[in-house]
Design a protein around this ligand. Structure first.
Ligand SMILES: O=C(O)CCC(=O)C(=O)O
Ligand SMILES: [Fe+2]
Length: 390
């Protein structure tokens, strides 16, 4: 279905009860950022800035006692506990690679609609999740979950399967393009591994805790999900949203965004912009890491708003555990004050249950279950009486 201005009737509030006007976009220090003055200003700018953490000089085999290393571990741990989202600079993913992939994404989304339509049909025939989607829809009361103004190119699973999907989807691209995409994925993977080491250390676990548990099977199985999101400008921003509020159902998401804002994270009862910072990667704690850390780290509720003026592109790299791996909080994180919060989770079963739960909620009109985290907590949390913060 083409992206079109096929305005439909609807109210100002999305299916999940969140009004688009609750958030705002503001100017970034790097300029060239979409602004929307009709949205309310934040009350306390200082307190409501997403942490930007510089990890220059962090080395995996560095001296554990170095002040610099401890500072980085403590900043990242604090950000995961309080925000569930933060930006990292000097992460080691080469800027040239980011620029190359950005250029390729732009070229892909600029292809004529009939070519993209062919790619959509071909990739969706091959796979339900590894494909090119178009979700350029304004709100339709009969199908509220379909409110999303976005195209995306998504791949998951093993490197080989991913590679063939990239090749099939990017029919008109050269072999070097595919190589660049792979180098980029590999580079983000390396950074993700480094981050997992920092996170384990921050929780007081052996620094290899997450890596050991993920790596022993990782050589044959790489269950990643890579999504390149494209948000065309939209003249009816009050009637749609780039991505509705959600949490990512993974361990970590590593995201690059161009210098157009739009990503917002929920903090308390309001949304705060994740302003594009030159060279930074955005890191999101996913639901599985929240469960694995026994609730110490919080998965971030986030959404994307669209602009009337500028297109936006982002690249989300979602890290999952191997299919057969069961995520369970380690005993070091459980005591009388911190009781076991989540059931053991196999992420494939969890995703299936979430999806099925969503379908049931949609059919029954139970909109509370469409709120981010509500279904996840219902499925996975042992102590259901805990307040859901979204
Ligand atoms: O476009 C963005 O900044 C965020 C994308 C996102 O939340 C996702 O792909 O899960
Ligand atoms: Fe997300």
């Amino acid at each position: 279905m083409p992206i079109a201005d096929d305005v439909t009737d609807g109210t100002d509030v999305l299916a999940n009860g969140v009004s688009l006007k609750a958030g705002r976009l503001k100017t970034s220090p790097i300029g060239d950022i979409v602004t929307d003055d009709s949205l309310p200003e934040a009350e306390d700018e200082d307190k409501l800035s997403i942490p930007v953490i510089n990890i220059a000089g962090f080395s995996a085999d560095g001296d554990d006692t170095s002040i610099r290393r401890r500072k980085i571990v403590s900043e990242i741990t604090h950000a995961c506990e309080t925000w569930g989202i933060f930006q990292i600079i000097n992460h080691g993913v080469p800027q040239q690679l980011v620029n190359d992939v950005r250029k390729q994404a732009h070229e892909f989304f600029s292809l004529p609609p009939e070519i993209k339509e062919r790619i959509r049909v071909e990739t969706q025939k091959l796979s339900e999740s590894n494909n090119y989607h178009q979700q350029g829809f304004l709100r339709k009361p009969a199908d509220p979950m379909n409110t999303s103004w976005r195209e995306d190119l998504a791949y998951s699973s093993s490197w080989n399967k991913t590679k063939s999907m990239i090749e099939r989807a990017w029919l008109d691209t050269s072999a070097s393009t595919v190589e660049t995409a792979h180098e980029y994925l590999k580079s983000k993977d390396d950074f993700g591994m480094k981050l997992l080491e920092i996170l384990a250390e921050g929780l007081g676990l052996d620094s290899g805790f997450f890596l050991q548990n993920l790596c022993h099977v990782r050589t044959s199985e790489k269950p990643y999900y890579w999504r390149v999101n494209f948000y065309p400008p939209c003249q009816h921003t009050e009637q749609t949203i780039g991505i509705p509020p959600h949490t990512d159902p993974c361990i970590l998401t590593l995201l690059s965004q161009r210098n157009v804002s739009g990503l917002q994270v929920m903090k308390g009862d309001r949304y705060v912009d994740v302003l594009p910072t030159p060279g930074a990667l955005v890191v999101n704690v996913g639901d599985l890491l929240e469960a694995w850390s026994n609730g110490r780290f919080q998965s971030a509720v986030h959404r994307v708003v669209v602009s009337t003026k500028q297109e936006r592109v982002s690249w989300a790299f979602l890290m999952f555990p191997p299919h057969s791996f069961v995520v369970e909080a380690p005993e070091q994180l459980i005591d009388d004050e911190h009781p076991h919060l989540f059931k053991p989770l196999n992420h494939v079963d969890m995703l299936r249950a979430l999806y099925e739960g969503l379908q049931v909620a949609l059919k029954s009109g139970d909109t509370r279950k469409l709120l981010p985290k509500v279904l996840f907590y219902e499925l996975a949390r042992l102590n259901k009486s805990v307040e859901i913060d979204s």
